[in-house]
Design a protein around this ligand. Structure first.
Ligand SMILES: O=C(O)CCC(=O)N[C@@H](CCC(=O)O)C(=O)O
Ligand SMILES: [Zn+2]
Length: 350
C-alpha cells in the first residue's frame, strides 16, 4: 500500500492532474486510490497516471501529450479527459495510461528544456560517454512506465499508443499522423479508420527506425502506435478546441466503450505518403531556401533546392517531393527535414 501524499484530496476533488504535474516538474510521489465507480487510479510519477477499470478489459491504451511542452492542444484534450474520469463523469471500459511527457517544458512554454525528448526513446537516453540530463532520465522512466503498463495488461489485450503533438508550421493537410516503421509488417486499415474518425485523413509511412516515443511502443511492445499531429502549435488559451472535437470524441469512445465500430475502409478517404528521405543537419551553417511560413506538404519541382547543409545542397530528386517538419534549428546530427511522396493503398495494408 502506498502512502497518502498531501496532494491526494485535491486531486480527487478537482481531477487536475495537469496542474499537479506542472507543480512537480520532474518528480511526484506515487499514490493510488479508487473512484466510486470502481476504477483504480495510480499516480506513478509526475505526468504519469493510470486508470484500471473494474471490468474485464480488452485494450491497453497509452495517450501521451507534452512530449513537446509548447504543443498545448493535445495537453488540453488529455487534461479534460483525465478530469472527467476522476470526477466520475466518464466511465472507462479499457485500461488507460495518460502521460504528460515533459511538465517542465510546459511551464517554460518551449519544445524542450535541454534536449528534445522525442529523440531519446528506444534506448537513446543512455549512451556511453554522454552525460545524463533531466530529459534523458525522463525518457528512460517513461519507457519503464509504458513497459510496466503493457506487461500488467490482460493476456491477449490489444496495445495502443497515440502520441499527440502539434506541428511548428502550418500544414496543407492540417492533421496528420506518422506511422512508425513496421519492419515489413503490414499497415492496418483499422488504425487508419480510427485516425479518420479522429479527423486525421493524412498518414506518413516511415521507412526506418526512429528515436521517437511512438516508434518505441510500436517496435518494443508491438503496439499500434502513431505520432499524431493535430494542427499548429499555439499557446494555452489560443487553441480553437472545436477543431479537435472529433479527436476528443473518438478518444473518449476508445477508452469508454467495449468495442468501437468505425465505417468501412475506403482508400479514397485518405492521403497517404511514403517518406522519401530524411535530411539531417550536420553543419552549423544550415538553411532552407523557403520562408518560415512555408507549410508542411508543400511540394517542390524536381531540381529545386530543398536545403543547404554547409557546402552540401539538397535538390528535390522527384517531381512533387514535399517537405515535412523543416527545422533549421535542430541540434547537429538531428533530422532537419523529412520529405514525402504520395503513395497508394496496396497489398501491404491489411
Ligand atoms: O513541426 C515540427 O517541426 C515538429 C512537430 C513534432 O514534434 N513532430 C514529431 C514527429 C515525430 C515522428 O516523426 O514520429 C517530432 O519531430 O518529434
Ligand atoms: Zn511535437
Amino acid at each position: 500500500m502506498l502512502a497518502k501524499p498531501d496532494y491526494l484530496n485535491d486531486l480527487k476533488n478537482t481531477g487536475d492532474f495537469l496542474t499537479l504535474s506542472r507543480n512537480n516538474e520532474w518528480h511526484l510521489e506515487p499514490s493510488e486510490f479508487t473512484l466510486e465507480n470502481g476504477t483504480g487510479v495510480t499516480v506513478h510519477d509526475t505526468g504519469v497516471i493510470e486508470f484500471q477499470p473494474k471490468v474485464t478489459t480488452t485494450k491497453d491504451i497509452v495517450l501521451s501529450s507534452a512530449v513537446h511542452g509548447n504543443e498545448t492542444a493535445p495537453i488540453e484534450i488529455c487534461d479534460d479527459l483525465i478530469k472527467t474520469i476522476i470526477k466520475g463523469e466518464l466511465e472507462l471500459n479499457q485500461r488507460v495510461l495518460f502521460i504528460f511527457g515533459n511538465p517542465k517544458s510546459i511551464n517554460i512554454g518551449l519544445r524542450f528544456v535541454e534536449e528534445n525528448l522525442n529523440r531519446l526513446f528506444n534506448g537513446h537516453h543512455t549512451v556511453e560517454g554522454v552525460p545524463m540530463n533531466d530529459e534523458r532520465k525522463r525518457a528512460a522512466k517513461l519507457e519503464q512506465y509504458v513497459t510496466d503498463f503493457f506487461s500488467r495488461g490482460q493476456q491477449g489485450s490489444a496495445r495502443y499508443h497515440y502520441d499527440l503533438h502539434t506541428a511548428i508550421r502550418g500544414s496543407k493537410n492540417e492533421k496528420f499522423a506518422v506511422y512508425p516503421y513496421l519492419h515489413g509488417k503490414p499497415w492496418k486499415k483499422s488504425q487508419l479508420q480510427f485516425l479518420l474518425s479522429c479527423g486525421v485523413n493524412t498518414v506518413l509511412m516511415m521507412k526506418s527506425p526512429a528515436t521517437t516515443f511512438s516508434y518505441y511502443s510500436s517496435y518494443v511492445h508491438g503496439a499500434d502506435s502513431f505520432t499524431v499531429e493535430l494542427g499548429q502549435v499555439k499557446p494555452f488559451g489560443e487553441n480553437d478546441m472545436a477543431r479537435f472535437a472529433k479527436t476528443k470524441q473518438t478518444l473518449t469512445a476508445l477508452i469508454s466503450q467495449k468495442e468501437v465500430q468505425y465505417p468501412h475502409f475506403n482508400a479514397s478517404d485518405f492521403e497517404l505518403f511514403a517518406v522519401h528521405r530524411t535530411i539531417n543537419r550536420t553543419q552549423e551553417d544550415f538553411s532552407f531556401p523557403f520562408s518560415d511560413d512555408a507549410e508542411n506538404f508543400t511540394g517542390f519541382a524536381k531540381g529545386e533546392l530543398l536545403a543547404t547543409d554547409g557546402d552540401t545542397p539538397y535538390y528535390a530528386d522527384v517531381e512533387g517531393e514535399a517537405i515535412i517538419f523543416p527545422n533549421a534549428n535542430v541540434a547537429l546530427g538531428q533530422r532537419a527535414l523529412l520529405t514525402v511522396t504520395p503513395m497508394q493503398v496496396d497489398s501491404n495494408f491489411v
